[in-house]
Each structure stands twice: as C-alpha cells, then as structure tokens.
Design a protein around this ligand. Structure first.
Ligand code: PAN
Ligand code: ZN
Length: 192
C-alpha cells in the first residue's frame, strides 16, 4: 500500500483554493484560433493587448485512483460578442469523468461527445455539474464577475486539447440583447 497523506485546502480568496501545487495562466495569445472573431484577436495582439483569460490553481496527484483538485478562475470579458472561455478538452483516457462545483460567478459548461451530441449546463454557486466519460468540456464566463469553480477528476485522465482545437464545439455562447445565448458555431468542423 502506498503511504500517502491526507490534506485539506481552503476555498475562496484570490486563488480560489489555497494552498495549491500548480498555477497555469492562459492569455489571449494562448487561445489564438479559438474565438469566432479571429480578426479581433489578431488586432488586439498586434496592439500588444494580451488579456489574461483564465487561471487554474491545481493540487495534482501522482497515482491511479487519486483525484486531482483544480480551481479555475475565468475572468469576465468578451471577444466581440463571445464570452471568455477555457480551451476545452476531451480526457485522453476516455473512461474518466469529472465533477465541477460552482464557487462564485455564473457561467455555462458546454459538453459534447465525439458524435457531436451536445449539452449545456449552468454553473454557479451551490451547483454541481457532472461530466460523463467521453464528453469534451468547456467553461464559459457569462457574468460580469470572475467565474470560479472547482474541478475534481482522476489523476490519470490526461488532456486531449488537439481534437477541440481542430473541430471547435458545436455551439458557442454569445451576448444577444444583453443576454447569454447559445448559437450554432459556424466554424464547427465534424471530425474527419
Ligand atoms: C479543468 C480544466 C480547467 C481549464 O480543471 O482543465 O477548467 O480548462 P482547459 O484545461 O480546457 O484549459 C478540467 O476539466 N480538468 O480536467
Ligand atoms: Zn477535464
């Protein structure tokens, strides 16, 4: 038996969880090609405007059977009409699922499987979202404050970013008449 030790961490504050092991910042330049209005992104980057879109603070674990616990903070903002979001990914190990727990702010979790079956669930405080095996997931901040949520998932899940980078999600979330609205993604490509 492995001799592992329990830990506890505190939720809230600037980092969402503390202490943490890893911090990952994603700037607009890391999301090149992800937003619908690519020309806006390129114009911003050429003006050296490179806003921070989201940060992940994570307590990652080493062994199969353990859970990683990560806190994601998506800052409020839009590119054109499209709200800031995470890259989104499938888990490399398809059988693995994930649980998201809303801590503050409001947003949407988009989920889709490799056949393009798509679901959207709200994420906000006191909400739990279950992501079944085989579903890619992306989080979108549709509010005016930081969207903060906790993610709990098997340490051996792995992340496949490549597929979503290539195909996109079937839906995107844009502001219409001041409200977050799900529309078909005109750039969605069925997997070849
Ligand atoms: C989350 C995500 C986190 C950032 O912890 O990794 O929200 O999103 P991207 O990984 O898509 O950039 C999770 O789903 N982990 O498996
Ligand atoms: Zn995940």
């Amino acid at each position: 038996m492995l001799d592992l030790e329990p830990y506890s961490a505190r939720l809230g504050g600037k980092t969402g969880i503390y202490p943490y092991k890893i911090k990952v910042d994603r700037y607009l330049s890391d999301l090149r090609g992800y937003f619908l209005e690519e020309q806006i992104v390129e114009e911003m980057l050429s003006r050296n405007e490179n806003p921070l879109i989201y940060t992940v603070y994570e307590i990652s674990r080493e062994f199969e059977g353990e859970f990683n616990v990560g806190c994601t903070i998506i800052y409020p903002g839009k590119i054109g009409d499209e709200y800031y979001f995470t890259k989104g990914h499938y888990h490399a190990k398809e059988q693995t699922s994930e649980v998201y727990v809303g801590l503050s702010g409001e947003g949407i979790i988009l989920m889709q499987n490799r056949e393009g079956r798509t679901f959207a669930e709200e994420i906000k405080p006191k909400t739990v979202v279950y992501i079944p095996p085989g579903f890619a997931h992306r989080s979108i901040n549709t509010g005016k404050t930081r969207l903060v949520f906790l993610a709990i998932y098997p340490s051996n899940s792995g992340h496949d970013y490549e597929t979503i980078m290539r195909t996109g999600f079937t839906k995107i979330v844009v502001e219409r008449d001041g409200k977050p609205t799900l529309i078909d993604n005109p750039k969605y490509r069925k997997k070849l």
